[in-house]
Design a protein around this ligand. Sequence first.
Ligand code: GLY
Length: 395
Amino acid sequence: MKRLTPPRFAFLLAATALRSASAEPPMADVIRDDLAFAAAQYTRLLDRLPDQAGHPRSFEKGELKLVKPTDWTSGFFPGALWLLFEATGDAKWREAAAKYTANLEAAKLNRSTHDVGFVLYTSYGNGLRLTGNPAYRDVLLTGAESLSTRFNPVVGSIQSWDERHGWKFPVIIDNLMNLELLTWAARAGATPRYRDIAIAHADTTLRNHYRPDGSSIHVVDYDPITGAIRARVTHQGAADSSAWSRGQAWGLYGYTMMFRETKKPAYLAQAQKIAAFLLHHPRLPADKIPYWDFDAPGIPNEPRDASAAAIMSSALLELRTFVDTTTAAAYTAFAEQQLRSLSSPAYRAQPGEDGCLLLMHSTGNLPQGGEIDVPIVYADYYFLQGLLRDRTGLK
Ligand code: GLY
């Protein structure tokens, strides 16, 4: 497919904005159209996938990248299939989702990464929510136990990655997302210790990852013996002092989810603080799709990160349910602007193009040169989740 250069891209976005200002279709129509597109696009994707060869992750340099169950993104494809089942009620999606979910069972025993939460809660978690299958529950409970083994009470955190890059006990902001597996497990009858671990991790992250303006640092490295902070740095962002966009989105989603799970006021306050940082950021483009880092040096000639926008919009559509009506209306308006942008031709893939993923223009890991300005499956997952959350609000 023809790629848009930045100036032409900006012109098209402005034209789209002008058109939509005059005659914006109702949000319900946008959602209906997106879900129909997603079902058609993922039908093509399923038809093209070689049986059991791997899970789609991204589309780069003309090739669909498939990953093994051990990859941190492997849950998003079955997760998206479950969301399509939820959207349509069509058993075809339940069958496909169950098949790709089953590939991931071994992740429940993986004690070498925090990503067990991403892998299992998107796949088995949605599967359990939508089918009640007790076998899914068992996998999730075992996965929660594996994740809990990475908690260090002296640090007060789960260790995200094993030792690497000279770090001894790195905790990344993304790790907040994996706490949902633990709070769910505690609610599902496992030890209440899992909930305590999730709360301790969220509290420690709030203290040590966050700056006064509501932005977050990507990586905090701790001494596992004393709990002292060894470094505050970035891995996927533009600089140690910058606001890496997806990290900000993970934090917004994470504290919103942790407020839902615990009702601790500090988490709601933090989610709102992050929202204020993001919604009013002077370098947020008019279409509300962030550059890959809010402090990227070449703005406005920097790639966007549609995945950060998808995560943000989904988070805001939950956060609106916890705040007063005026604030809720502002969050809804912002999230719907993001969903409308993602639904426009500037971001939504063309039928049969872009590896048959749903959204273009995500940026995975720019400093390491990986997945820059390409379709990535986790953008699709949170886009679908955001559409469903908004659809529920519109009913
Ligand atoms: N590690 C998750 C991410 O790249 O956002």
